[in-house]
Design a binder for this molecule. Sequence first.
Ligand code: NAD
Ligand code: UFG
Length: 347
Amino acid sequence: MKILVTGGAGYIGSHSCIELAASNHQVVILDNLCNASLVSIARAEKLAGTRFPLHRIDLRDGEAVHRLFEREHFDAVVHFAALKAVGESVEKPLDYYDNNVVGSIHLLQAMRAHGCKRLVFSSSATVYGNPDSVPVNEDAPLRVTNPYGRTKLVTEDMIRDACAADPQFSAILLRYFNPVGAHPSGEIGEDPRGIPNNLMPYICQVAVGRRDHLGVFGGDWPTVDGTGVRDYIHVVDLARAHADAINALEYARHPATTLNLGTGQGISVLQLVRAFEQARVRAFEQASGRKVPCEIVARRAGDVAAVYADPRRAKEVIGWQAARGVDEMCVDAWRWQSRNPEGYGAA
Ligand code: NAD
Ligand code: UFG
């Protein structure tokens, strides 16, 4: 199929373009490059051995989105493009609604106007908020706690309504847990701007010497060692789920099917730090003086103790399950970081 990938220059999008191409789909990228680099596309093209034409369009520009659908016929859309920083969304909520919700409305309108009937959407485990129990399945109550999460839930609802209104329209909504790691080539990976919000990029920047220690947000959570527990998932496994979802949509209707994407394993902050240190020694023989210094600091506002997925439905519906463990996540994250200490910036 010919697939439009919005946000295809970004972290998860660039890995997913490669997996979609490996499934013999033709990929076209729409991205305004507000949080991405052209270098990621060039490298992903090289890894995939094919071209990923870029349309540098902002989804908030409804006319431009419409014109693209007029010029090209797409069989399906994978929709990654969004702003994703929780803290920033609290400070600038309207920017988040504008970018993520208005952008998605324009996309859905263009799809409807041009008969494009298949959609895979990037949602987030953030829609579960602080769950009553773990592992979390897709029927757990939805309790978003920040504007970013609300933009995801509103967009999910819009897609559910679009499916209800048009029996031909089909969508799979993917709720990611904590994507980490990088392509095993070390050529593409996560390149956060400024101070990383997320744990794995922070660990990597400490390890590469860009920051001197990791602040661990709370040491008194009711968890195995008092630090927060999450479900980290290798970005290549996550990317493959998008190809599996697209392939499922090619032959069957999915009326807004929602799937968790995680490993089902909860890992604490300190367990991830130790796994990272050990993986680095094992895979790169960097034996001494390469600890990641940690300091327990205050809890971060809005954090929760433990969130991890029940990922069984993804296996039942699209035949997907995570294959890569925490060791591989750490090895691949470090290969990317050590080969690209300044991310794409220095490329
Ligand atoms: P990213 O920032 O690397 O990628 C998003 C891409 O979308 C970027 O290339 C950016 O330039 C583009 N973009 C943003 N707004 C746009 C607009 N208005 N028009 C055109 N392009 C636009 O982020 P990512 O980590 O790859 O995340 C991809 C998707 O997955 C997002 O929807 C995000 O909310 C969701 N998600 C991410 C995580 C995570 O931890 N990384 C977790 C859950 C869900
Ligand atoms: N943490 C630290 N120090 C840091 C960064 C994080 O101790 O410098 C801890 C957090 O307290 C948490 C764990 O590491 O216990 C993971 O934190 P992340 O910020 O990496 O991930 P979260 O699960 O808190 O949030 C992420 C995304 C959200 C998304 C959510 C669910 O940032 O956007 O996953 O998908 F909504």
